[in-house]
Design a protein around this ligand. Structure first.
Ligand SMILES: [Zn+2]
Length: 167
């Protein structure tokens, strides 16, 4: 296990520290609201096989309370969409926020409907209803969300007191 601090967060690598992962995590955490970073105790970077039976699975496990990322999600060839901002990491942060705050279930019905209408990609590992919030969160942070999704996410509990985001 090798450890490094990135923007104040402990990042643990199962094997050697990958420079590409460190810079990608730094770039990504930079755009996450400070209030959300408080909830992220650490980030683990682990070999692909530790995340399940599919060796190509590049997520993404937040069930332990902090993001666990496969080294594959820092592979530009395998995951070009994770550069410059790591969508997998943002998605996992979305799950953690949803679980901590009950973000989706506490939204007014019309906002819940907006988020539940977001399609979940085929083959995605779903985390139940939280999947919709995780996808919406990721879209809002990188600036690709529709106006309705953005409004709904900003109305959710994790965004109380968050006035602006970087994009
Ligand atoms: Zn998910």
């Amino acid at each position: 296990m090798n450890e490094i601090i990135v923007l104040g967060k402990l990042v643990r690598f199962q094997h050697e520290i990958l420079d590409v992962a460190v810079s990608n995590i730094r770039d990504t955490l930079w755009v996450v609201p400070t209030q959300h970073l408080f909830l992220i105790r650490q980030i683990d970077v682990v070999p692909p096989l530790m995340l399940g039976s599919n060796p190509n699975y590049s997520g993404g496990g937040s069930g332990v309370g902090y993001p666990r990322l496969s080294t594959l999600c820092f592979d530009r060839g395998h995951k070009p969409h994770n550069f410059p901002l790591n969508l997998t990491l943002l998605h996992e942060i979305g799950h953690i926020l949803d679980e901590h705050y009950g973000a989706l279930v506490n939204l007014p019905r019309e906002h819940q409907a907006t988020l539940r209408a977001i399609g979940i990609p085929a083959g995605a590992r779903t985390h139940g209803d939280g999947e919709h919030y995780a996808i919406a969160y990721q879209q809002v942070i990188v600036g690709t969300a529709s106006a309705a999704v953005r409004t709904a996410v900003f109305a959710s509990r994790p965004f109380e007191g968050v006035d602006t985001i970087h994009r």
